[in-house]
Design a binder for this molecule. Structure first.
Ligand code: AMP
Ligand code: MG
Length: 325
């Protein structure tokens, strides 16, 4: 049975508003009882602040190397990454990591009925949210509808062919562009945790800009994750005690631009070609692994409260917290 914890009021009465932020989760460990001291190291990777806390400094180094390795394979900002080369060549023999992530992405594409779709690359470029965020209002251009509609005809993860035995990926047509921005970070967190475990670490926290995993306990207590109030940057709206659990958040309050009084988020609805426009401010997903949490947070944000809640119920061990207007 699904363990989904979904707060919503369909009748528009007092909605039990939860949550929280995504990219700015504030994380603390409650306990000071551990015999060994914890170290926290921070690096800028995957366009975000990655923080790893554990008692073993050399294991932390190795976990960072693992995240850097995944970034080098999957970043669209690195022209030599496998994903960039695949986007250019339309056919490539890929590493086991890229193969795994692409298979997962296709699985979630089907499971979310297209709400999660890594072929949104051309739309992400067209909307140019990351640059528009920093532009003056009079310099922002919103794409024309006919351009968006044309792009929609070649958007769809069903156009990605995967030969798992040969590890060969083919992109049908010449227009497909993959963007792993909604899945690679979660996978990288999982790989970092795997590396820490391989080094014998049983207690650690890996936090990649709010996509995080709490390994074991911190001393005698669970890890305490404070979810920041999206409207008050330095305030925590709610705390969660977690052990062997991942959390990821997606929303419209960190990466967006405003054009003619309308907010355009960095998450695209692949069914319309437009940035998601619904009443959700943020979705946090708690799951057994960070890839699943990362993907479902994006997908639920696209689908909205009701459909997103139904989607979450299909997964054992997944809980969601939605903050809506
Ligand atoms: P997140 O912030 O984890 O929700 O991921 C958002 C990022 O994923 C965006 O910056 C895009 O790179 C990409 N993206 C946008 N819309 C979608 C979508 N509907 N499905 C999959 N990836 C998306
Ligand atoms: Mg995410």
């Amino acid at each position: 049975m699904s363990n989904t914890n979904y707060f919503s009021n369909k009748h528009g009465l007092s909605r039990f508003l939860l949550l929280v932020t995504g990219c700015c989760l504030l994380v603390t460990g409650l306990s000071a009882c551990s015999s060994k001291p914890y170290f926290t190291q921070t690096r800028l990777i995957m366009g975000t602040v990655v923080e790893i806390t554990a008692t073993d400094k050399s294991a932390i180094e190795k976990a960072f190397s693992e995240i850097e390795r995944i970034d080098a394979l999957m970043s669209i900002y690195n022209p030599n990454s496998e994903i960039s080369r695949l986007n250019k060549q339309h056919e490539l023999k890929v590493s086991p990591d890229t193969l795994y992530v692409l298979e997962k992405a296709k699985y979630f594409y089907e499971k979310t009925e297209g709400a999660f779709d890594i072929t949104v690359g051309p739309l992400v470029k067209l909307w140019n949210i990351k640059e528009n965020m920093y532009k003056d209002a009079d310099r922002i251009r919103v794409p024309a509808k006919d351009k968006i509609d044309k792009m929609l005809s070649y958007i769809g993860s069903n156009f990605i062919d995967i030969d798992a035995e040969k590890s060969i990926i083919k992109l049908q047509g010449n227009n497909l562009v993959l963007d792993l921005g909604g899945i690679a970070k979660g996978y990288a967190v999982d790989k970092a945790v795997e590396e820490l475990k391989r080094c014998g670490v049983t207690s650690a926290l890996v936090n990649a800009g709010g996509d995080l995993y709490c390994l074991g306990k911190k001393g005698w207590s669970y890890w305490t994750i404070g979810l920041q109030d999206p409207y008050k940057r330095n305030e925590i709206s709610r705390k969660f005690a977690l052990k062997n659990r991942a959390v990821a958040t997606s929303g419209n309050y960190e990466q967006f631009f405003i054009y003619q009084n309308k907010r355009y988020s960095h998450i695209i609805d692949p069914r319309t070609g437009y940035p998601v426009d619904n009443n959700i401010c943020s979705v946090s997903v708690f799951a057994g692994d960070c890839l699943t949490a990362d993907v479902l947070a994006t997908a639920i944000y696209v689908l909205g409260e009701e459909q997103g809640g139904e989607l979450a119920k299909q997964f054992n061990d997944v809980e969601i917290k939605i903050m809506a207007r």
